[in-house]
Design a protein around this ligand. Structure first.
Ligand SMILES: [Ca+2]
Length: 566
């Protein structure tokens, strides 16, 4: 067919939603008509795989490469950072004349040169951490500025995406919408929760004893909220007459974050079995893709960049060789051009590999997935040669990836590569009595600072010798005002120090919309306070925040540090 004008591209990625959390996959616990319509009006991929957890999948989507090669080896403490040497899908589309935007959770680095605005996105609205502590009007990041969100976070991301689409409707755009739900905290508005409150879901996990029904109810409500928002996007495309020539792509970043119905598959988020890795992938492009088509071949997140570039006719010039391949031939019924390959999955000590027919799991057992999606019958004795071959290639892949990731372990946090740098608590380390507000560092703050020899450190890489103005985002109880706070690089005399004279002690945010019994999330407001200016020398070092004088019962709680190059 005739190549239409360059299409717009919208990528919707959800967080911790499983393959099974959609009504089109047979789940009658919920209704997701708008997401389902993408499959009905476009193509659905029956064997599409992502990584076991968040940041790796995002890295593979953005770069077309296995995540360990790109420096992404984990989900917190900076391990989610996608190396600046990687070319992203946004870099490529931007270079081809597209306007690019990202609205939601960016889990691939906070400081320049890792921030989304440094990775090819003209506009970013969201947060850069692996999860967020509160979903109602939380503090967010808009192009590197601290702003306050408005309303439920997923609705808010959608509002911004809709505005972006409308604003750029006359020129091609790439709009990446990485929603952050149904990842915890399990906060959702009454409007979506009411339907599920007190309801016992009819369809359960294959091992119902493992299911936490409160968690399931919240997740289902959050998935219906996502669906409602997807409906808003599709409606706007119709209204702006962009439907025909806009590619809308929908997928999830890993398996479900709890044991709930997932098509009888084994494993959930964090697992390298089918249940942890299999994701929906729907692509609607009315001008080009036949409605209701299906792709059975094994594809993965690494294939999205080469596929979207080849579908749109944009050259995919990346600095490094891609692992993914374009699945365009599968949409054009040119299956003879598709070469069977091994698709690898690594997470921590777990490893598995998928071929068109089999999966070799982390324990070395072989499953015939076409007949046994639930991985219940080990067929390695029946197919010894294939089992042996897969064990060998999986071990080789693992050695190779481990070697490539090694130099990126424990990278310091970059300061002064841009004009303003934020060092959040998640990237710091607490010493002495100081504690984190949450189990996971991602959106935590530091509390319980009691002693003058306690401190907080950040391992940094200063990009430029310059004077930097240091600001601490703090809270301080009234009885602790008069505390002196100091920031300096270990081994250097230069320091910025000031006395906190103003109390700021707001309550924690309301958590009444969190729908599970156990909550690990605490959030409150923090106030900026200028500590002064200090000269920092280019190079690696350890930045230390101390309280040389405590006069009350403790010092301050710390959310982050900001360093502005003068
Ligand atoms: Ca996730």
């Amino acid at each position: 067919m005739v190549q239409a004008e360059r299409p717009n591209v919208i990528i919707i990625l959800t967080d911790d939603q499983g393959w099974g959390d959609l009504s089109i996959h047979g789940n009658t616990n919920l209704a997701t008509p708008h997401v389902d319509s993408l499959a009905r009006d476009g193509v659905s991929f029956e064997n599409f795989y992502v990584c076991a957890v968040c940041a790796p999948t995002r890295a593979e989507f953005l770069s077309g490469r296995y995540h360990l090669r790109t420096g992404v080896g984990g989900v917190s403490r900076g391990e989610g950072r996608l190396n600046p040497g990687e070319t992203t899908i946004a870099d490529i589309f931007k270079k081809a004349g597209y306007t690019t935007g990202a609205f939601g959770k960016w889990h691939n680095g906070t400081q320049t040169p890792y921030h989304p605005n440094d990775r090819g996105f003209d506009e970013f609205y969201g947060f850069t951490s692996g999860h967020w502590g509160h979903y109602f009007s939380p503090p967010l990041d808009h192009n590197g500025r601290r702003v306050r969100g408005k309303g439920y976070v997923v609705d808010d991301f959608t509002d911004h995406a809709l505005r972006f689409i409308k604003e750029h409707r006359d020129k091609p755009f790439l709009c990446y919408i990485p929603y952050n739900t149904p990842h915890s905290p399990m906060m959702v508005d009454d409007r979506f929760y009411q339907k599920f409150e007190g309801v016992n879901p009819g369809m359960r996990h294959r091992d119902p004893a493992r299911e936490d029904v409160m968690m399931t109810r919240a997740a289902l409500a959050m998935c219906e909220n996502i669906d409602w928002n997807v409906g808003r996007i599709l409606k706007q495309l119709d209204e702006l007459k962009l439907r025909d020539n806009t590619i809308v792509l929908y997928f999830c970043d890993n398996g479900p974050n709890s044991y709930r119905w997932n098509g009888g598959m084994k494993g959930r988020k964090g697992s390298v079995d089918e249940g942890g890795l299999r994701s929906p992938l729907f692509i609607r492009w009315p001008a080009r893709i036949k409605p209701g088509s299906h792709v059975k071949q094994v594809t993965g997140a690494i294939d999205l960049l080469p596929s979207l570039t080849s579908l749109t006719g944009i050259p995919a010039r990346t600095a490094k060789p891609m692992d993914g391949v374009s699945f365009k031939p599968l949409l054009d019924n040119q299956t003879e051009l598709w070469k069977e390959r091994d698709l690898f999955s690594l997470w921590g000590k777990k490893a598995s590999v998928r071929t068109e027919r089999f999966r070799l799991d982390s324990a070395g057992k072989l499953y015939d997935i076409g007949k046994d999606r639930g991985q219940r019958i080990n067929v390695s004795a029946k197919h010894p040669a294939e089992a042996k071959r897969l064990k060998v290639v999986l071990a080789q892949h693992r050695v190779q990836m481990t070697r490539e990731y090694e130099p990126f372990k424990d990278r310091p946090f970059t300061v002064g590569y841009g004009r303003s740098t934020t060092l959040p608590a998640r990237d710091g380390i607490e010493h002495g009595s100081i504690e984190r507000s949450a189990k996971a560092p991602n959106n935590s703050f530091f509390k319980n600072w009691k002693n003058e020899d306690d401190s907080i450190t950040w391992k940094v890489d200063i990009g430029q010798t310059a004077a930097y103005e240091a600001t601490v985002y703090y809270t301080c109880a009234k009885q602790n005002t008069g505390v002196r706070i100091r920031i300096a690089l270990d081994g250097y005399k230069a320091a910025a120090e000031a006395e906190i004279t103003q109390a700021f002690d707001p309550p924690l945010y309301d958590k009444s919309k969190e729908r599970v019994a156990k909550s690990h999330y605490f959030q409150k407001d923090f106030k900026p306070f200028k500590l002064g200016t200090l000269r920092l020398k280019k190079g690696k070092g350890l930045l230390r925040l101390t309280a040389p004088k405590i006069i009350g019962t403790g010092a301050i709680d710390v959310h982050s540090i900001r360093l502005d190059r003068k």
